[in-house]
Design a protein around this ligand. Structure first.
Ligand code: GN1
Ligand code: MG
Length: 347
């Protein structure tokens, strides 16, 4: 699609503004995001993936509820409130069936992706910790799950086993090393499940996608400006949020990098994440939550490997891929990261 074809989409959110530039934004594997500029203003326009989020209205209801709560609290960062359409809604269904939404673009900000340094990690972890803190008094049961069983790793493991049994034989053969390596983490998956069931890991409202791409820092001061992507804010446990931070901030190479032999972890960055997270949330985390953050990091990284591997075996139906074995490469990458984190965690 070229720019003029997007004009009717922007017109729903910002009438009478001619588009000057339109460019893909971010590294998300689910929605398609664009930075659109016109008339001296800028927006983030997003075409939602409704195969993954089958109830976009529910996603937007959750988002508005959470943002309302944040606005009433002492949450110190900016809030990317969805822009209303001319009809007054927050979604626009285009004639071709795509579901669009729009957010303000925060200028002079960046997401610290690609080997962030310890200082960036510290401030990002503080922002994510503040986000969780501001939602602590939000009644967890009032927020429906936007994707059911999102971090129910045992359910994901069962799905994976079923997919593997029915997978294309060539893909199954290619995935042998990963499938083997993954089994090392199955006891941890069971352990986490039991901790959740027993309530030792309390159920809270969590972000569930706290990667390096979802926190915006000030270009000049490198301090947090906003936490974005509230699509998966729902009941969960804090370990997964710390886990997604560790998984994406600490490796020297991104999750998409196929050259796993070059993967290394930056332990200073990991320490900075812990420090920042504790600075924000240390006062209310329970002792087991606080003590087990690194276990959370291993868990969520191994779960991400499981998710990529499942998708490879299923024939790439969930994550967008650029080449046929990309989900397998991503699984290999995450397995190597999980193993390295496991060593640091003393597991
Ligand atoms: C997906 O597309 P994005 O970046 O928002 C995924 C996360 C994964 C991540 C891996 C709804 O997030 O859970 O951790 O890819 N989101 C969903 O990069 O599945
Ligand atoms: Mg996301």
């Amino acid at each position: 699609m070229n720019t003029p074809e997007y004009a009717p989409v922007l017109a729903q959110f910002a009438p009478n503004i001619p588009i000057e530039t339109w460019q893909p934004l971010g590294k998300g594997m689910i929605h398609r995001s664009f930075l659109v500029r016109g008339g001296g203003q800028a927006w983030v326009l997003q075409s939602m993936n409704t195969a993954v989020f089958s109830k976009p209205e529910l996603v937007m209801d959750n988002l508005l509820c959470v943002q309302n709560h944040l606005k009433k609290s002492d949450y110190p960062y900016r809030i990317a409130e969805p822009i209303r359409t001319q009809a007054g809604g927050v979604l626009y269904r285009a004639p071709d069936g795509q579901t669009w939404r729009a957010f303000p673009y925060f200028p002079e900000t960046y997401a610290p992706e690609g080997s962030p340094d310890p200082e960036e990690a510290y401030w990002a972890a503080r922002a994510y910790g503040d986000f969780l803190g501001a939602l602590r008094d939000f009644p967890a049961d009032n927020l429906p799950e936007t994707i059911s069983g999102f971090h129910d790793t045992l359910k994901r493991q069962a799905d994976y086993e079923q997919v593997r049994a029915q997978a294309d034989p060539a893909r199954r053969r290619q995935a042998e090393w990963a499938a083997d390596a993954l089994t090392e983490f199955f006891p941890l998956f069971r352990e986490i499940h039991a901790l959740k069931e027993s309530g030792q890991l309390p159920r809270r409202i969590t972000h569930n996608d706290t990667k390096a791409g979802n926190v915006l820092l000030d270009t000049r001061t490198r301090r947090p400006i906003a936490v974005i992507d509230l699509d998966t804010v729902m009941p969960g446990v804090v370990w997964s949020d710390f886990g997604d931070m560790a998984r994406t901030f600490v490796p020297n190479r991104p999750e998409n990098a196929p050259d796993t032999h070059r993967l290394e972890l930056n332990t200073e960055t990991l320490a900075a994440l812990q420090e920042g997270f504790i600075a924000a949330a240390g006062a209310w985390l329970t002792p087991p939550e606080r003590a087990g953050l690194l276990r959370g990091a291993v868990w969520i990284t191994a779960e991400q490997a499981l998710r990529f591997l499942t998708d490879f075996l299923a024939g790439d139906v969930y994550y967008r891929v650029e080449y046929p074995a990309q989900n397998l490469d991503r699984a290999h990458n995450q397995l190597v990261v999980a193993e390295k984190l496991w060593k640091i965690a003393g597991g």
